[in-house]
Design a protein around this ligand. Structure first.
Ligand SMILES: [Zn+2]
Ligand SMILES: [Zn+2]
Length: 319
């Protein structure tokens, strides 16, 4: 007997519903299922750029690419590092969502698992799907933590600095080449990138090269965004977050060469982001958002229940 057309319609609807239910069971909190288009998050840290030379420069003359990309993204104008304003503590706070005064020389692990570790545990994904790619070798500590049950487990892949050149640091150009190689080869779902040149020229007290490095990293941000859109695994489903581990001293507190205290220059950092789930062409100055909120926000986008974090999701940037 010929089945009526309605039978096919109903079968199709039933099949659609049950397949959605199956998907939902994979996620711990069904309310968050399919809420976001983001499948990948890339956190790009411009090491030690002072806000007075980036977003708060008179005509934003050093960041023309960010200014034009803002039409596709969101900027928070009062974002802060409220912890220790040094490289390893700053990166650790962004990744774990906890401020800790860990040693800045790469000999001390963060106390709590990063969003990368938590994502790897939650999803069971291969370690090539989470990466730390950094110009500074000492940032390799971002692939682990001290906490029992996590130490030595669920570790992201790393490509940090270079051995054998004394400092352990490498030029940002090398880090960028590595970043693109990793993205093309492994398509990581979560990635943290550190670019150190701005910080290095700051410490060298070389104003012209410091400004030049800010301009170069600004061009790099556009380059990475274009590269993301050129790869099928990333196009239209990737969020890029740009931030700083710390700023640098206000001129009244010692100037751009150094950082590490609680002056406004060291505390005030950048938060600029683009992605399918974020607002566009918006600057936010409400809310009390800070560095530790980055971990929770990445976890929210990737639908990982984030543990241990003291931060919050940056709700105002979501559509
Ligand atoms: Zn730094
Ligand atoms: Zn300072």
């Amino acid at each position: 007997m010929k089945k009526p057309f309605l039978y096919f319609v109903l079968s199709f609807l039933l099949f659609s519903c049950s397949s959605n239910d199956t998907d939902a069971q994979i996620i711990t909190d069904p309310k968050t299922e399919s809420k976001y288009q983001t499948k990948n998050v890339i956190l790009l840290v411009v090491d030690g750029a002072r806000i007075s030379e980036t977003w708060e420069a008179a005509n934003k003359e050093n960041i023309p690419n960010r200014v034009s990309l803002l039409s596709q993204g969101v900027f928070i104008s009062n974002f802060k590092n409220n912890g220790t304003t040094n490289t390893n503590p700053g990166h650790s706070a962004m990744c774990s969502g906890v401020y800790e005064n860990i040693k800045n020389n790469g000999t001390e692990l963060p106390g709590f698992p990063s969003v990368m570790q938590q994502w790897l545990k939650f999803t069971g994904a291969d370690k090539t799907k989470a990466w730390v790619v950094a110009s500074k070798d000492k940032l390799e500590v971002l692939n682990d933590c001290k906490l029992a049950d996590w130490k030595g487990k669920f570790q992201p892949s790393v490509d940090c600095g270079v051995s054998g050149n004394g400092s352990g640091y490498r030029d940002d150009l090398v880090t960028m080449t590595k970043t693109k190689e990793v993205m093309a080869k492994y398509s990581p779902n979560v990635m943290v990138i550190n670019l150190k040149d701005v910080d290095s020229y700051g410490h060298a007290n070389n104003w012209n090269e410091y400004i030049k490095a800010i301009k170069t990293t600004d061009a790099t941000i556009k380059e990475i965004w274009n590269y993301i859109q050129s790869l099928p695994a990333y196009k239209d489903k990737t969020t890029l977050i740009v931030s700083n581990d710390h700023g640098r001293h206000l001129d009244a507190n010692g100037g751009f060469a150094e950082h590490g205290d609680d002056c406004a220059g060291c505390r005030h950092i950048e938060f600029f982001a683009m992605g399918p789930d974020f607002k566009k062409n918006v600057t936010i100055n409400t809310g009390n958002y800070e560095q530790i909120d980055i971990a929770s926000t990445i976890a929210e986008l990737l639908r990982v229940p984030m543990q241990y974090t003291k931060g919050k999701v940056i709700k105002d940037i979501f559509k």
